[in-house]
Design a protein around this ligand. Structure first.
Ligand code: PRT
Ligand code: ZN
Length: 286
C-alpha cells in the first residue's frame, strides 16, 4: 500500500479548530475514533498527528511529519529548515512591541539599553540586530504582559489580536514586528509521490479559499445597460445572460470578489439592476 502524507496540526488551542475545518472543507473525512494523537483520513491519503504547536516545525524538519499547520510566528521563532507552501488566512495576529501606556515612544531607538520580556527571543534579537539596537532580552514562556508591572522588564514583545490584554495591563502597542497568520509548512525533501498528494491538498484548499473570497451574484438588468453591467461584472469568463419573459430585461449571473463587493453593488444599482441576489459559493475551481 502507498504511504500516506503525514500532517501535524495543533492538538488543542487557537489553531486546532480552524486547522481541522480547512481539512474538512477540503472534503477530507476522518474516522470517528479520533484518539487525539493520530487520525487517519478515510477518503484521502492523509494521516494527522496532533501536537503542541511549538513542536511542529521540528517534526516537519525531521520528516516525522511531512507537512504541518502552524502560526508563522512559531515557524519563524523556531527557525527550522522548512518551507511555507501556503498561507491559510486564519489565526491572524501581530507580534508587537508594547510599553507602559504613560511612557513616550519616539521610535525603535528608544529600546536601546532596555530590558525586553518576550516568548520570541529569536525574532526579537534579529529585529534588534537589524535596527542596530543593543537591549537585554528576557525570555519568558507565558504571561509576558505582566513583566513591566512586576519590574521584570521595561518593554514587552508579544502577540496581539484585539489589543485588550495590553489595555488591561496598562500597556500600549508602539511597533508591529511581524504580521502573522497560520501557514502550511513542508519538509524540504518530500518525494515525488508525497509532493503529488501535497499538490492535490493545496488544490482543494485553494478552491475553498477562493470560494470564501467570492460570491455568486444574480440580478435583473435592463437590456440597454447590459454592456456596461458586463464590464463591471467580469465573472470567471464572462457573465451568463438569460432573457426574462418581461421584454427588454435580462437575468445576469456572475461572480464577484468580496473586496469589491459594495462598490460593485452601488454601480449595478446606478445602472438600473434590480432583484440583486448574492449567495455564498462552497468551492471554486478555475
Ligand atoms: O499548547 P500549545 O503550545 O499547542 O499552544 P499555545 O498555548 O502555545 O498557543 P495558542 O493556542 O495560544 O496559540 C496558537 C497560535 O495562535 C499562536 O502561535 C498564534 O499564531 C495564533 N494567535 C492568534 C494567537 C493570538 N491570536 C493571540 N491573541 N496566539 C496568542 N494570542 C494571545 C497573546 O499571546 C496574548 O496573551 O492572546 C493575548 C492577546 O490577545 P488580545 O486579543 O487580548 O490582543
Ligand atoms: Zn505553543
Amino acid at each position: 500500500m502507498e504511504k500516506k502524507l503525514k500532517i501535524a496540526i495543533q492538538k488543542s488551542g487557537r489553531l486546532n479548530d480552524d486547522s481541522m475545518k480547512i481539512l474538512k472543507e477540503a472534503g477530507i473525512e476522518f474516522n470517528n475514533g479520533l484518539n487525539m494523537l493520530k487520525a487517519d483520513a478515510i477518503n484521502f491519503p492523509l494521516e494527522v498527528f496532533f501536537l503542541r504547536d511549538d513542536d511542529i516545525p521540528q517534526y516537519v524538519e525531521d520528516g516525522i511529519a511531512d507537512i504541518g499547520i502552524v502560526g508563522e510566528n512559531v515557524m519563524l521563532e523556531k527557525n527550522k529548515d522548512i518551507k511555507i507552501v501556503d498561507r491559510l488566512g486564519f489565526s491572524k495576529c501581530r507580534l508587537s512591541i508594547a510599553i507602559p501606556k504613560n511612557e513616550k515612544y519616539k521610535g525603535v531607538q528608544d529600546l536601546q539599553g532596555k530590558r525586553i520580556a518576550t516568548s520570541y527571543p529569536t525574532i526579537v534579537s534579529k529585529y534588534l540586530k537589524k535596527n542596530k539596537i543593543a537591549a537585554e532580552i528576557h525570555e519568558i514562556s507565558g504571561s509576558v504582559e505582566i513583566a513591566p508591572s512586576i519590574g521584570l522588564a521595561d518593554v514587552i514583545v508579544d502577540l496581539v489580536s484585539s489589543g485588550s490584554t495590553l489595555f488591561t495591563n496598562g500597556l500600549k502597542e508602539v511597533e508591529v514586528i511581524l504580521k502573522s497568520e497560520a501557514v502550511l509548512v513542508a519538509n524540504k525533501s518530500l518525494t515525488k509521490y508525497q509532493l503529488g498528494i501535497l499538490d492535490k491538498l493545496l488544490f482543494r484548499i485553494n478552491a475553498v479559499k477562493k470560494a470564501k473570497n467570492n460570491k455568486y451574484i444574480l440580478l435583473n438588468a435592463p437590456n440597454k445597460n447590459l454592456d456596461a453591467i458586463c464590464k463591471i461584472l467580469p465573472g470567471m469568463k464572462s457573465p451568463t445572460i438569460m432573457p426574462l419573459s418581461d421584454k427588454g430585461w435580462s437575468s445576469v449571473h456572475s461572480v464577484v470578489n468580496e473586496n469589491d463587493f459594495w462598490d460593485i453593488i452601488e454601480k449595478l444599482k446606478a445602472l438600473g439592476a434590480q432583484g440583486i441576489l448574492v449567495v455564498p459559493i462552497e468551492k471554486m475551481i478555475l
